[in-house]
Design a protein around this ligand. Structure first.
Ligand SMILES: *Cc1c(COP(=O)(O)O)cnc(C)c1O
Length: 380
């Protein structure tokens, strides 16, 4: 134990860092794979070291694989999913652009806020939290608003609903707009075919379906989106996230832009390698099988899922808190007594649901068993 004087009023008692072990079954982060943590323990090299540049190239190829895309501009953004989200908006949106956002949860609202800050004229279509848009509803809205960009959340983590995307890309081409999709809670955990679906801009994070720690976030854009970027009349209003500049570090030129968080990139590279080793389709299947098992076990306890089965995410389940039960107190008990983290509701669903994540490394039968056994003991 060490005593540190911060100033003459405050003293700090410090022992070496000691964080309890947790099973992270909330909306994220989820536990990193042990092999990934080991990789992150590797000594850092310089951010322009040939060995590191080769690692970056591997990250790019592996990201194309897990996203099922051939997009040249596929990189990791140094920051969490929100930074990749901001990179997407900052580069895609020019002041005055009409951006149409599908809002059926917290992250749809965040896209609205962000696009507005970059000068977009934002329009929305809305659904109650837990529902999704039909292709006809999307078509009507695109027809009415004629946006430059249509933005949808594939996996709305605040509600547990999966927005179907088949046919949307085709619609966007018909109306000459770009399709932007948040895949933060879907990448690695459920089928995504970016090119086949005609998605032009997408981003994700490292700490949910990819089994890594937070801080290095996937980002990709299509040739169509690149063209819009190249034709901009105004500079991208965010220096750190400007793809013109970042592209020179990730591309052939290898120009210094910022110091990459070296160890996080090691982790992301290893996480993606593990996914490739498993096979992306196998990972999707594993997520679905384990969540089917979760739903079955929760129903046995008499609990009800919030989202209609057909539109539920395999990565995140919203469970209705039974009448008269203190949801927060139950979650706290799970954490304190069983070392298991689950999430509470956000926004419209605050106090109404728990959010249970089975993402990446945590999507295992034994995670479900541990949670359900603990729930049996803590539920009244
Ligand atoms: C988690 C999440 C984000 C934000 O990612 P961070 O890594 O928390 O910054 C964005 N969109 C969705 C749908 C998310 O679930």
């Amino acid at each position: 134990m060490q005593t540190l004087s911060i100033n003459n009023k405050q003293k700090l008692q410090l022992s070496p860092l000691n964080i309890p072990e947790r099973l992270l079954l909330g909306p994220g982060p989820s536990n990193a794979h042990p092999t990934v943590l080991q990789a992150m323990n590797t000594r850092p090299v310089g951010h322009l070291d040939p060995a590191f540049l080769a690692t970056m190239d591997e990250i790019q190829s592996l990201l194309r694989y897990v996203w099922q895309t051939e997009n040249q501009m596929t990189i990791a953004v140094s920051g969490t999913g929100t930074a990749a989200m901001e990179a997407t908006i900052a580069n895609a949106v020019e002041p005055g652009d009409v951006v149409l956002v599908g809002v059926a949860g917290y992250f749809g609202n965040r896209l609205v806020d962000m696009a507005g800050r970059y000068g977009a004229e934002v329009k929305t279509i809305n659904k109650p939290w837990g529902q999704v848009f039909t292709i006809e509803e999307i078509r009507q809205a695109v027809k009415t608003h004629r946006p430059a960009i249509l933005a949808l959340v594939h996996a709305e983590t605040s509600t547990g609903a999966r927005q179907p995307l088949a046919g949307v890309g085709k619609l966007c081409r018909e109306f000459g707009c770009l399709l932007l999709v948040d895949t933060v809670t879907s990448l690695g955990g459920l089928p995504i075919f970016l090119d086949e679906w005609g998605v032009d801009l997408a981003y994700s994070c490292s700490q949910k379906g990819l089994s890594c720690s937070p801080g290095a976030s996937p980002f990709t854009m299509s040739q169509r989106a690149m063209k819009k970027l190249q034709q901009r009349k105004t500079k991208v209003a965010n220096w750190y996230l400007d793809i013109n500049l970042l592209g020179k570090y990730w591309g052939k030129e290898r120009v210094y832009h910022h110091t990459a968080p070296i160890n996080l990139y090691y982790g992301l590279r290893e996480a993606l390698r593990l996914l490739a080793e498993e096979g992306i389709e196998n990972s999707w299947q594993r997520h679905q099988q384990n969540v089917d098992y979760l739903w079955e076990r929760l129903e046995e306890l008499g609990l009800t899922m919030h989202v209609e089965r057909h539109f539920r995410l395999p990565t995140l389940t919203t469970v209705r808190i039974p009448e008269g039960v203190d949801g927060k107190a139950i979650a706290r008990k799970l954490l304190d007594e069983y070392g298991i983290e689950i999430g509470g509701g956000l926004g419209e669903l605050a106090g109404k649901v728990w959010r249970i994540g089975l993402m990446g490394f945590n999507s295992r039968r034994e995670s479900v068993d541990r949670l359900v056994d603990a729930l049996k003991k803590v539920l009244p």
